[in-house]
Ligand binder design. Structure first.
Ligand SMILES: Nc1ncnc2c1ncn2[C@@H]1O[C@H](COP(=O)(O)OP(=O)(O)OP(=O)(O)O)[C@@H](O)[C@H]1O
Ligand SMILES: [Mg+2]
Length: 428
């Protein structure tokens, strides 16, 4: 069964309304035409009953131009509206069309056929518009839904990335700690082995070496001095034995077999005394020596011979690295440790504690510095880059050992402008 078209006509002129109804009914059957004489009643009707189209008189007495039109389209947005207007009022009708009215007709010029056609088209257009609007809002809804899903996915992904990054960082830190712990373990194991070996071997080898040296000296005294080859050979032998002896001596120092003899020493006296031993080397290589000693330095409790040995080794390393015309600056200062960055901690095992007064010796040279790749190895026993110049590689490892025996600390750092700063810290 074909649905009848339900038309609501809002028109204050009863005669006009009747005319329109007549026109419509003669042209086309199947239309239910309701008539309301003013906008208020028209709106009430619309709210109560479904209609297919509204014919609205735009020059109703109490309607303010488009106002009624707007009210109707708000109340029933899916119902098409055809506005009716007087001959001189087409502009209002046009703006109604712009605001969404499907069509307009000029009263008095209404042709029945045209009006019916206009009604049919208006209903059809509105239906299509509605379908389109619905499809668009469905689409928008879907897009919105998908966008939210994507935002969710993105957020989860970001969270996952953040968590992974954190885990990775934690892993890196743990790995670094493990590496450090491992290298410390390897180092202390090495030291222990070297220490044990050193004292054993050194004692065994020291005596035969002394005998060898005596024999060489005997031969030097008694063999013909005219034979240059023999003289050179004996010199080589003597040098080789001395070198072996210095290694043995180093190993004995390293294994610290001899007892520590601690006494209070003034830092300046200590360093000045050590400098007397090395004056010759400093002059020979034209080293520019600068000193910066803070006044009123507290005394430190040290084994004088061992600490002088430490100073000499550090100074010799600097001279070896710089060659001639280098510059060494020696600084001595004292202060109270007030931050953990100083290597001071709160644990019993830490070398220094916050609040400790320390004396600091700095030896700064302007040589080439220590390549990063070997910086970690320089304290290893027998590590040397001076094989050809007779380096034993025991210097720094002995120094480190001696510093540990004094509960002090040594650090070597490259300067930005080249050269090395060796820092020795003692508790005052
Ligand atoms: N001030 C410095 N400048 C540059 N390199 C240095 C410095 N001090 C130490 N080194 C490097 O550290 C290495 C190890 O030093 P260490 O004192 O332990 O042994 P060595 O000096 O080679 O041998 P020895 O002490 O028996 O003469 C040196 O061979 C050198 O490469
Ligand atoms: Mg050395």
């Amino acid at each position: 069964m074909i649905e009848r078209t339900k038309i609501l006509m809002i028109e204050d002129n009863k005669l006009m309304a009747k005319n329109l109804r007549d026109v419509l009914e003669t042209v086309q059957g199947g239309m239910d035409i309701a008539w309301e004489p003013d906008p208020a009643q028209g709106l009430r009707y619309l709210a109560a009953k479904p209609v297919d189209i509204v014919l609205l008189d735009l020059i109703l007495p109490d309607s303010q131009g488009l106002e009624t039109f707007t009210k109707i389209s708000l109340l029933s947005p899916s119902v098409p509206i055809i506005v009716m207007t007087g001959v001189d009022d087409e502009t209002v009708a046009v703006s109604a069309v712009r605001s969404g009215a499907q069509d307009y007709i000029v009263k008095g010029q209404v042709d029945g056929q045209v009006l019916v056609k206009s009604i049919r088209y208006a209903i059809e257009r509105k239906r299509i518009e509605e379908d389109l609007r619905k499809a668009r809002s469905d689409l928008e809804y879907k897009v919105q839904e998908r966008t939210e899903e994507l935002i969710d996915i993105n957020e989860n992904l970001q969270k996952e990335i953040d968590e992974r990054r954190k885990a990775e960082e934690a892993l890196k830190v743990a790995y670094e700690q493990l590496k450090l712990a491992q290298s410390q373990l390897v180092y202390s194991e090495k030291m222990e082995t070297v220490g044990r070996l050193a004292s054993g071997v050194a004692h065994e080898v020291k005596n035969p070496l002394a005998i060898l040296l005596q024999c060489v000296e005997y031969l030097q005294r008694n063999l013909s001095k005219d034979n240059e080859k023999i003289t050179r050979t004996l010199e080589f032998m003597s040098e080789a034995v001395m070198r072996a002896d210095s290694i043995i001596k180093g190993m004995l120092d390293f294994s610290s077999v001899s007892q520590m003899e601690l006494s209070d020493q003034g830092p300046v006296e200590l360093i000045e005394n050590a400098l007397l031993f090395i004056k010759h080397e400093i002059d020979l290589h034209h080293i520019n020596l600068e000193k910066a000693y803070a006044p009123d330095l507290p005394a430190i409790k040290v084994d004088k011979n061992r600490i002088e040995h430490v100073f000499l080794n550090i100074l010799m390393n600097a001279i070896d690295a710089m060659g001639d015309n280098g510059k060494i600056t020696i600084r001595i200062k004292s202060r109270v440790l007030d931050n953990v960055g100083d290597g001071a901690g709160r644990r019993g095992a830490d070398t220094f504690k916050l609040g400790d007064r320390v004396v600091i010796f700095e030896f700064e040279d302007n040589g080439p510095g220590i390549p990063e790749s070997i910086l970690e190895k320089v304290f290893d026993p027998f590590f040397t880059t001076k094989h050809d110049k007779g380096g034993t590689g025991l210097g720094l490892s002995i120094i480190k050992n001696i510093m540990e025996m004094h509960h002090g600390r040594i650090t070597l750092k490259n300067r930005e402008q080249g050269g090395v700063i060796a820092t020795l810290t003692f508790r005052a």
